[in-house]
Design a protein around this ligand. Structure first.
Ligand code: PLP
Length: 394
């Protein structure tokens, strides 16, 4: 018998989220590992989808997505970022995940290089491998002492670019670190992309989850970058419906046509009954978006304080619904082993950051917690975590 799996897929047989969620279920632990909210999205959105399903909106929608949703995405970009987007240059996808996969598969020749930051969202490395491309992952590290935020070293970023760089895959706000890249950092990334004639793929699924007054800057709005940037987002995060898997990508005509060519043979079309409902939801008033961010900011504060009280180093999260901690102050040397023990120790599940790194030493003692849970669930998790030091000593 031959090997049952192509070599390029062998490193990607399981995901840490599935493993940790199964462990949380088995042990009855509070699952702060996988990032999904434990409350539903806006009631109007849920009702719209239900009405669409019973009302017969159940067959193949148009390949690029229904015109109402493509127009709603374009209007959303104008409303929040003053960006002019032609609805003809919006493609609806099966989640942001498919938009990313389609872009990488469509753009990369085998051997082409994709520059991104590590730790990264876990689909990046697998997708790049599927495409036969090469991952060049630039570390995000906690800043010099005094500055607790994660950042890249500009020299390391420059060194990652080469004549083979085809794509720069940028995620801001950044999962897992909660980093929001600032205009200066984005400008440097853009300059390097221009110099290498690389396409920027901007994963902006957390665009509405920024805290402490920070503002999201879409890569495509920086001077000179619109004509080489594919911007990706998704309903899953913004509307707390991570299981629906409806996303979108917009960008210049030729690049979008190439993404569409790949998408049509991955899934062909996406989520008919969801599309008209999400079009309506994108037009929800500012209060919806403001409440989303302010609610999550409070949850971040609640969990961060509890983690700090439990003796972990907490790296402040400026966006997303994750907070990264260092467990080294607890005398723990390995985050993976720690996460396997945590449900038994105190009844909480989390995920180790090293699994999101090409170089696992980078995040050896870092652990990610999700705070997109009801306040009472977070309060209970904090109460349990208060026993952590004692449990580790026992
Ligand atoms: C959740 C997530 C995605 C995937 O979004 P879907 O719409 O569920 O496919 C992509 N990128 C990042 C950084 C994410 O956290």
């Amino acid at each position: 018998m031959r090997e049952p799996m192509a070599a390029r897929m062998r490193p990607f047989t399981s995901t840490i989220f599935a493993e940790m969620s199964a462990l949380a279920l088995r042990t009855g632990a509070i699952n702060l590992g996988q990032g999904f909210p434990d409350t539903d999205g806006p009631p109007s959105l849920l009702a719209d989808v239900a009405a669409n399903v019973t009302g017969g909106v159940n067959q193949y929608p148009p390949g690029p997505g229904i015109p109402e949703l493509r127009t709603a995405v374009a209007e959303h970009q104008r409303r929040f970022y003053g960006q002019e987007v032609d609805p003809e240059r919006v493609l609806i996808t099966t989640g942001a995940t498919e938009a990313i996969a389609s872009a990488i598969l469509a753009l990369c020749e085998p051997g082409d290089e994709v520059v991104t930051f590590q730790p990264y969202y876990d689909s990046y490395a697998a997708t790049i491998a599927l495409a036969g491309a090469t991952l060049r992952a630039v570390p995000l590290r906690p800043g010099p002492s005094g500055s607790p935020t994660f950042a890249f070293d500009p020299d390391e970023l420059c060194a990652a670019f080469s004549a083979r760089t085809r794509v720069v895959l940028v995620n801001t706000p950044h999962n897992p670190t909660g980093t929001v890249l600032d205009r200066e950092q984005l400008t440097l990334i853009g300059q390097l992309a221009v110099e290498s004639d690389a396409v920027i793929v901007a994963d902006e699924v957390y665009e509405h989850m920024l805290y402490d007054g920070r503002e999201h800057v879409p890569m495509a709005t920086l001077p000179g970058l619109a004509d080489r940037t594919l911007t990706i987002s998704s309903a899953g995060k913004t509307f707390s419906v991570t299981g629906w898997k409806v996303g979108w990508v917009h960008g210049p005509a030729e690049l979008l046509a190439s993404v569409r060519a790949a998408k049509q043979f991955l899934t062909y079309v996406s989520g008919a009954p969801f599309q008209p409902a999400i079009a309506n939801a994108l037009a929800l008033p500012d209060s919806f978006y403001d409440d989303l961010a302010s609610g999550l900011q409070g949850k971040r504060d609640l969990l961060s304080a509890g983690l700090r009280a439990a003796g972990l180093t907490v790296y402040p999260s400026s966006g997303t619904y994750f907070v990264v901690t260092d467990v080294a102050p607890l005398g723990v040397a390995d985050g993976v082993e720690f996460c396997w023990r945590l449900p038994d120790l105190v009844g909480v599940a989390a995920v180790p950051v090293s699994v999101f790194c090409a170089d696992p030493d980078l995040g050896r003692t870092l652990v990610r917690f999700a705070f997109c849970k009801r306040d009472e669930v977070l309060a209970e998790a904090v109460a349990r975590l208060a026993n952590l030091r004692k449990a580790l000593a026992a």
